[in-house]
Design a protein around this ligand. Structure first.
Ligand SMILES: [Fe+2]
Length: 288
């Protein structure tokens, strides 16, 4: 099949979106499970490798700008938060429905883990909604443009990004202006002015940005920005606000990565609590 970078008909290399997160668990194991660490380069499934190849090949500055134009007008739907959670739950993939938790169950697990640790209400709410941008899949977007570790475009790709070698096939690789440490940006300009690779993080950030505190918005926009929050890269673009916000992004990461157990939460029992929490911050309908 010829490769089609933009259509839903192209191959979907991951068995499901969770397979990317399983890969992250291998790469960033919990501290008490370090003995199980494996070299991702040799043991990674071919589908995961292919997923990163497509991501790194196609996430160019032009691609990101085109997706921003396509989606950030937010003219597709008017939906409330819980409604968007139910919509995301219709995402059907190849995983075994008897063993995998639903998307709503994953979101509730993350939120409940944050709640159990006594964090502020906006933090719990952020856990609940942080992956809602994955509804991009339901609009035909390919996996590599919905999930994956994110990174700035328009400047050099950090060599700490997994499968860095696949960037050689990105059209931006051959644009010298884009391959300096700051690229098209000014040093210390702040990440607000930086184009991030396109995916569920950037999309949801733009949907909810008028309704949550800046710490919550940073958690949403940067939760997959592993090159920064786990590898310490891209400090040359950051300002003082970013350094403050990344303290919170790092607090959020363990809940994103390590909160997903095998026990499904009781959705019906939890729903009233979360409906109240949603209503505290969000209008009944949001533009998507
Ligand atoms: Fe996510």
């Amino acid at each position: 099949m010829p490769e089609q970078p933009h259509g839903p008909s192209q191959p979907q290399p991951l068995q499901d979106l969770d397979e990317w997160e399983s890969f992250l668990l291998d790469r960033y194991p919990q501290p008490d499970q370090m003995s199980t660490f494996r070299d991702y380069g040799d043991n990674v499934r071919p589908g995961v490798r292919e997923f990163y190849r497509l991501n790194h090949t196609h996430q160019s500055l032009d691609f990101v700008r085109a997706k921003e134009r396509e989606f950030l007008g937010k003219t597709r739907e008017k939906m409330g938060i819980w409604e968007a959670m139910e919509y995301l739950n219709t995402l059907v993939d190849d995983s075994d429905p008897d063993t995998e938790l639903t998307q709503i169950e994953h979101l509730l697990q993350t939120a409940e883990a944050i709640r159990a640790d006594g964090h502020p209400r906006w933090f719990i709410l952020t856990g609940l909604i942080h992956d809602l941008g994955k509804i991009l899949c339901l609009w035909g977007e390919p996996q590599w443009a919905v999930v994956g570790d994110t990174f700035p475009v328009g400047c050099r790709y950090s060599d700490k990004i997994v499968f860095h070698e696949f960037f050689r096939d990105n059209p931006d690789w051959n644009v010298p202006e884009y391959q300096t440490p700051c690229g098209i940006y000014e040093p210390a300009c702040g990440l607000d002015t930086v184009h991030m690779s396109w995916g569920h993080d950037e999309y949801l950030y733009n949907v909810v940005k008028d309704h949550l505190p800046e710490e919550a918005l940073a958690m949403i926009r940067y939760h997959s920005f592993y090159p920064a929050h786990r590898e310490g890269q891209y400090t040359e673009l950051m300002n003082d606000r970013d350094r403050y916000r990344f303290e919170w992004v790092r607090k959020f990461n363990p809940y994103d990565l390590y909160s997903k157990g095998h026990e499904p939460p009781d959705v019906a029992e939890l729903r009233p609590y979360y409906e109240d929490l949603i209503a505290e911050y969000f209008p009944a309908k949001l533009a998507w």
